[in-house]
Write a protein that binds this ligand. Structure first.
Ligand code: GLU
Length: 453
């Protein structure tokens, strides 16, 4: 495959959510898998709704997911390109001025509805003479500009959905330029995709209709065959079935990050949920890229269950090697010779990464003893006295336990539970055989005797 050039083109009008992450990742992983280029393009021609802080937050969220763009573009800085494309379309007779107000258009739509006709713009503006236009402008009206569709069957071989077609006669000629001269998304997107030599547009299936319009635009601007490839993925919805929106903040990437979820798990879930590939932990985006297969994506909207993500996130942690987390542990001052055996001992018990802080306190800090059951006090004292001499290693635990079994006749829960509670202050946790050498003889002995240590 020739090196693909792809782009993720959010409008910076809110925080990106898991559905946007799906689009971003499908593009990014596709480009990385085939040694291509990934462009982040901010579709910020809507000056009122677009905000620089949203753009910055989107870059932060993408970086957290592991997505670093090769280029970043802002449409608001590229208006001259769109102006010249509009000029070209006008010259070719493909862009025409219309003067209807929103109310007039709404009335037309209602009339069409009453007659059982599809709500397609009737192209009345095409019949306006130069005098008509002059009169309307003299009344203070400013035109908006529509793209004249060819009213034909537009076909493409969708990278995800396969052979696709739309009859552009079923669509209204789209408005490309608003009354105030600003551009709607449709034309700038095509102009940028041409300018950046984008080879594949991978986006949500809510854009399928746009694709028919945009293929006509690609051809009007750059000739037959100028359109890149297209792939439309199924959308994710909330668990109760509502669509996701940048405005509501539901399932936002920032929210998932703040909830302590693993970015790799969020990435894996964003890509694998709603596909026939099994949802499973991955150790890197490269692994995710290697299994990505557009044809495995489902065709139907998929509910995204945060509980499924939380479980995947925990399983992801359980499989991470020490090197993958060394820096993150260091950020919590979990360093030194104990850091690696500590990680290997506790990772299988973590729900979220931050749980390491509590477990580190168990091995390296002070914990208050939980009061033992009255019947266990003497047993714990004996256990302290029976602790083997240092150095401790992974075998120390079973040596010690065998002695205790023999001396006290205890077994099962009666043997293990008081020891766990005294040594860790917790009802459950990692294997004590792995923790004991990390806790060390001094602390273990003090805790067994009920002292803070
Ligand atoms: N700004 C558009 C959106 O966020 C981009 C769609 C596209 O990828 O072309 O939906």
């Amino acid at each position: 495959m020739p090196h693909p050039i792809v782009r993720f083109a959010p409008s910076p009008t809110g925080a990106i959510h898991i559905g946007n992450a799906r689009t971003a990742l499908l593009n990014f992983l596709h480009s990385k898998k085939h040694h291509g280029e990934f462009i982040l393009r901010f579709d910020d021609t809507d000056a009122e709704r677009s905000k620089e802080e949203y753009a910055q937050a989107i870059e932060v969220d993408l970086a957290w997911l592991g997505i670093v763009p090769d280029r970043v573009l802002r449409q608001s800085q590229r208006i001259a390109l769109y102006e010249s494309a509009a000029k070209k379309l006008r010259a070719a007779g493909r862009l025409y001025p219309c003067y209807e107000t929103a109310e007039e258009l709404e009335r037309k739509r209602r009339r069409q509805q009453a007659r059982g006709q599809p709500p397609v713009y009737d192209r009345a503006a095409l019949a306006l003479s130069a005098e008509d236009k002059a009169r309307l402008e003299a009344e203070g009206r400013r035109p908006h500009w529509r793209f004249l569709l060819e009213r034909r069957i537009v076909r493409w071989d969708d990278l995800i959905r396969g052979e696709s077609h739309i009859d552009s006669a079923s669509l209204s000629d789209p408005v490309l330029i608003r009354e105030d001269g600003t551009f709607l998304y449709t034309l700038p997107s095509v102009v940028d995709d041409l300018d950046c030599k984008v080879t594949a547009i991978i986006r949500g299936e809510d854009h399928v209709t746009n694709t028919a319009v945009q293929i006509e635009l690609f051809e009007a601007l750059a000739g037959a065959g100028a359109a890149p490839g297209f792939g439309h993925h199924n959308l994710l919805s909330s668990v109760s079935g509502e669509g996701l929106s940048k405005r509501t903040g539901a399932l936002s990437i920032g929210g998932l990050r703040d909830a302590g979820l693993e970015s790799l798990a969020v990435a894996a879930a964003a890509v694998l949920i709603g596909s026939s590939l099994p949802l499973h932990p991955v150790v890197s985006l490269a692994e995710l890229a290697s299994i990505l297969d557009f044809k495995q994506l489902s065709r139907t909207q998929t509910r995204f269950d945060p509980a499924e993500l939380a479980a995947l996130s925990a399983r992801t942690l359980h499989g991470l090697g020490f090197e993958a987390v060394r820096d993150r542990l260091g950020a919590h001052e979990i360093v030194g010779y104990k850091a690696e055996p500590f990680w290997l001992a506790v990772r299988g018990n973590l729900s979220v990464f931050l749980d390491v802080v509590d477990w580190w306190r168990v091995v390296e800090g002070e914990i208050a003893p939980s009061a033992p059951e009255p019947g266990d006090q003497a047993f714990l004292k004996d256990a302290a006295a029976a602790l083997p001499q240092e150095p401790f290693d992974e075998a120390t635990w079973s040596v010690w336990i065998n002695v205790l079994k023999e001396r006290t006749g205890r077994k099962g829960r009666a043997l293990f539970h008081p020891l766990r509670l005294a040594l860790t202050g917790q009802e459950n946790g990692p294997e004590l055989a792995a923790l004991l050498p990390l806790i060390g003889r001094f602390r273990a002995s003090a805790r067994l005797c009920g002292r803070v240590a």
